[in-house]
Design a protein around this ligand. Structure first.
Ligand code: NDP
Length: 385
């Protein structure tokens, strides 16, 4: 029986993963090794009971008693804290969904890769902070990293077995998020609640706000560079308000192959779950006649300065990705807590990049988790409001 684990099971991507496991036969079809969560103990315990997981882990040690109580009599082991997450990630599994939000997902992802399981990667922060390290770890363990981000899954599917030499460039689309059509002068007053609504996708709060600021797309451009080994000049962003075309590969012969689908993460997660085969998924097929029209526009870098910052980060190389992500996470924490305005986030991240590069360059690609975390901590300290 195939052994699977889901890190960040209680979140938006994780819960979609659980839904797919349920749809594909649940505990009768899969041996669920580990499910992990954060503060949502009731949801974690419910999932672990239903899927008869070996172990359920909360990231928060102070919630261990609550988790134990919620799992009483179920036969599911309960554990808590960082060390417990790492122990669970080291348990042999054939397929691991990495769906923790933020740089916190990197260490368990690396541990899961090291034990040799296929890593289905939603946690884009891992590739932005430590792309080379992640790839090297996967290679050493003889295993595969599969994209779960919808645009990267779309590129992976559109590329198929194509030789990258035949590819002129790739395009990832962006809905434009909550403030796509707002007058620029209103953005400074945008509230957390307004930034936390997405026109098309149902996602966690952090990625939803990152969609409004386009930090999410900036991260995805870097993720595409790391995942596919394409130079920054071959990765384009296109605003596509309907979120139906997720990505497109354009060849030197002028032909383009696009991937289309409803904005439903269960497609990308399910594709990674069943790869290299395709199985029916509980995802509605597109009705293009009902949609009528698809629209596109060029991204406006005055509205979304994060896109320019992504190019600067890729040009700087080394630890710039780890610094960018950490500064962005800190700026987002501060926006959510009401300490800075929506429009303060990008200048703050830019200032951290400038300050840390003025203190010395970003060096070579970080070659260990400790090296990544060193840059992460420095950037967070600089970015704190
Ligand atoms: P959510 O906020 O919905 O879920 C995050 C998950 O991580 C939850 O299980 C949460 O636990 C857990 N968690 C939070 N903080 C920590 C921590 N410090 N240590 C361990 N676990 C933690 O996020 P999403 O599902 O939206 O996103 C997850 C990842 O997938 C992100 O990297 C995101 O960029 C990426 N992604 C998401 C998409 C989406 O559709 N949502 C699409 C493509 C990529 P709890 O909730 O119990 O506190």
């Amino acid at each position: 029986m195939r052994r699977i684990s889901i890190f960040g099971a209680t979140g938006s991507v994780g819960a979609n993963g659980v839904d797919l496991i349920r749809h594909a036969g649940g505990p009768a079809a899969y041996h669920v090794v580990a499910l992990t969560g954060g503060r949502n103990i009731a949801r974690l315990a419910r999932m672990a009971r239903e899927l008869q997981a070996e172990i359920a882990v909360t990231a928060h040690e102070e919630l261990l008693d609550d988790l134990r109580a919620a799992l009483e009599g179920s036969g599911v082991e309960a554990a808590a804290g960082e060390a417990a997450l790492m122990e669970a990630a080291g348990r042999p599994a054939d397929w691991v969904l990495s769906a923790i939000v933020g740089a916190a997902g990197l260490a368990p992802g690396l541990a899961a890769l090291s034990q040799g399981g296929v890593l289905a990667l939603a946690n884009k922060e891992s590739l932005v902070c430590a792309g080379a390290l992640l790839r090297r770890t996967g290679k050493a363990a003889g295993t595969t990293i599969l994209p779960v981000d919808s645009e990267h899954s779309a590129l992976f599917q559109a590329l198929g077995a194509e030789n990258l030499d035949s590819v002129k460039d790739v395009t990832i689309t962006a809905s434009g998020g909550a403030f796509r059509d707002w007058p620029l002068e209103r953005l400074a007053a945008a509230t957390v609640a307004q930034a936390s609504t997405h026109p098309n996708w149902a996602m966690g709060q952090r990625i939803t706000i990152d969609s409004a600021s386009m930090f999410n797309k900036a991260m995805e451009v870097i993720e595409a560079k790391e995942f596919f080994g394409l130079g920054p000049d071959r990765i384009k962003v296109l605003v596509h308000p309907e979120s139906i075309i997720h990505a497109m590969v354009t060849h030197h012969d002028g032909g383009s192959i696009a991937h289309l689908g409803a904005p439903d993460m269960r497609h990308a997660i399910g594709y990674a779950l069943h790869w290299p085969t395709r199985r029916p998924l509980p995802v509605p097929a597109l009705d293009l006649a009902a949609l009528g029209a698809l629209t596109f526009r060029a991204p406006d870098e005055v509205r979304w300065p994060a896109l320019r910052l992504a190019r600067e980060v890729m040009a700087a190389g080394g630890a710039a990705g780890a610094v960018f992500n950490a500064a962005k996470e800190q700026a987002l924490d501060d926006f959510i807590a009401g300490r800075v305005r929506f429009t303060d986030m990008a200048p703050r991240v830019e200032a951290v990049l400038a300050d840390l590069s003025a203190e010395g360059d970003f060096g070579a690609d970080p070659d260990s988790l400790e090296a990544v975390l060193h840059w992460d901590r420095r950037a967070r300290r600089k970015a704190a409001a």
